[in-house]
Write a protein that binds this ligand. Structure first.
Ligand code: F6P
Length: 328
C-alpha cells in the first residue's frame, strides 16, 4: 500500500553539474502541477540533518534553467554515513511532514539514499547528476553533455597555440575514474591520442603513436588524459617522459580542473533535466521507491537504485574504434 504523498523534498548532492538547476526547476513545477508541496533541502544530506529546508513554488525556480551549479548547494556529509546522522535527518523530514525524496547526484548520493530508504521505509527516487557519465542505467547523466562542450571549446583554443608553436599538449580532463569525457572530447576535438582508465595504452604505445603522428607530418599534437587514467604517470610526469624520449617534441600541460563543472547547461542537458524531474515526481506519486530515472534509447526509464549503484557504465567500444581510426 503506497502512502499518500503530499510533500516532496528535493536535494542536490555530490559534485555539482550543469543541469542540476534545471532538474530542481522541473521537480518543483511537477509538484505544483500535481498539487504537491515541494521543499528544497540545502547542502545535501548535511542540510537534511540540520533541517535546512525551504518551501519552493513555481516562481521560486524562475530564471534558473540556464544557470550552472545548484541553487540548493551541495555538500558531502560524513555524519549521514552514520545511523545516528540518518536518524536525525529522518526526524527532520518527519517534523517538516516531507513524505518522499528526489535526490539529484551520483552513485555516492544514491548509496546514502538507498540505505536511508531501507532504514526508515522512506521513498526515494534518484536523478543522475554528474559530469562523469559513469552511472549505470542511463546513456547520459546531467552535465555530461555540457562538460563535453566546454572541454571541446577549450581544446580548440589550446590547438591554436599548439599549432603556432609546433608543440605537444597533454590535457587532463575530469571523470573521476571513468574515461567518458576524455573519449568524447578526444574524438570531438580531433585529439591525436586519448588515455583512458578503461584502456591501458602503455607508455611504449604512446611514444609509438606520437612518433607516427610526427612522421605523418603533424607538427603539433593534443593528447587527452583522463584524470583516472592508469598509465601510471601524472600528466607532468608524462611531459618529462616524452621530452626525455622524444627530443623533437616541445611539450606543455593543461589541467582543466573544475571549470568543467561550470557553465550554462546545454539545451540537451536542460531538456534531459526537465524530462527527468517530471519522471521522478510522477514515479513517487505512483508509489515507486528506490529507482533512478535514466535515459535509455531516448526514453525515460527506471533502474533499481541498487543496480545503478553496482552497475558499470561501459565505455563505448564503437566510439573507441572510431577514435583509433581517425587518429591515423
Ligand atoms: O564526480 C564529479 C567530479 O568532478 C569528478 O570528475 C572529479 O574527479 C571530482 O568530482 C572532483 O571532486 P571535488 O569537487 O570534491 O574536488
Amino acid at each position: 500500500m503506497s502512502k499518500t504523498i503530499k510533500k516532496i523534498g528535493v536535494m542536490t548532492s555530490g559534485g555539482d553539474s550543469p543541469g542540476m538547476n534545471a532538474a530542481i526547476r522541473s521537480v518543483v513545477r511537477a509538484c505544483v502541477y500535481h498539487d504537491i508541496e515541494c521543499y528544497g533541502i540545502y547542502r545535501g544530506y548535511e542540510g537534511m540533518i540540520e533541517g535546512d529546508f525551504i518551501l519552493l513554488n513555481a516562481r521560486s525556480v524562475k530564471g534558473i534553467i540556464n544557470k550552472g551549479g545548484t541553487i540548493l548547494k551541495s555538500a558531502r556529509s560524513k555524519e549521514f554515513r552514520t545511523h545516528e546522522g540518518r536518524k536525525k535527518a529522518h526526524e527532520q523530514l518527519t517534523k517538516a511532514g516531507i513524505d518522499a525524496l528526489v535526490v539529484i547526484g551520483g552513485d555516492g548520493s544514491f548509496t546514502g539514499a538507498m540505505i536511508f530508504s531501507d532504514e526508515f521505509d522512506y521513498h526515494v527516487i534518484g536523478i543522475p547528476g554528474t559530469i562523469d557519465n559513469d552511472i549505470f542505467g542511463t546513456t547520459h547523466t546531467l552535465g555530461f553533455d555540457t562538460a563535453c562542450n566546454t572541454v571541446v571549446d577549450v581544446i580548440d583554443k589550446i590547438r591554436d597555440t599548439a599549432s603556432s608553436h609546433n608543440r605537444l599538449f597533454f590535457v587532463e580532463v575530469m571523470g573521476r575514474d571513468a574515461g567518458h569525457i576524455a573519449l568524447n572530447v578526444g574524438v570531438g576535438a580531433g585529439a591525436e591520442e586519448i588515455l583512458i582508465p578503461e584502456e591501458d595504452l602503455g607508455l611504449d604505445r604512446l611514444l609509438e603513436s606520437l612518433r607516427r603522428s610526427k612522421q605523418s607530418g603533424k607538427s603539433s599534437s593534443i593528447v587527452i588524459v583522463a584524470e583516472g587514467d592508469k598509465i601510471g604517470k601524472s600528466v607532468f610526469e608524462l611531459k618529462d617522459y616524452v621530452e626525455a624520449h622524444m627530443t623533437e617534441y616541445e611539450v606543455r600541460v593543461s589541467v582543466l580542473g573544475h571549470m568543467q563543472r561550470g557553465g550554462s547547461p546545454s539545451c540537451f542537458d536542460r531538456v534531459l533535466a526537465s524530462r527527468m524531474g517530471v519522471k521522478a515526481v510522477e514515479s513517487l506519486l505512483e508509489g515507486k521507491n528506490k529507482y533512478m530515472v535514466g535515459l535509455i534509447k531516448d526514453q525515460m526509464s527506471l533502474t533499481p537504485l541498487e543496480k545503478a549503484i553496482k552497475g558499470q557504465s561501459k565505455i563505448d567500444l564503437e566510439l573507441l574504434r572510431v577514435s583509433d581510426i581517425l587518429t591515423i
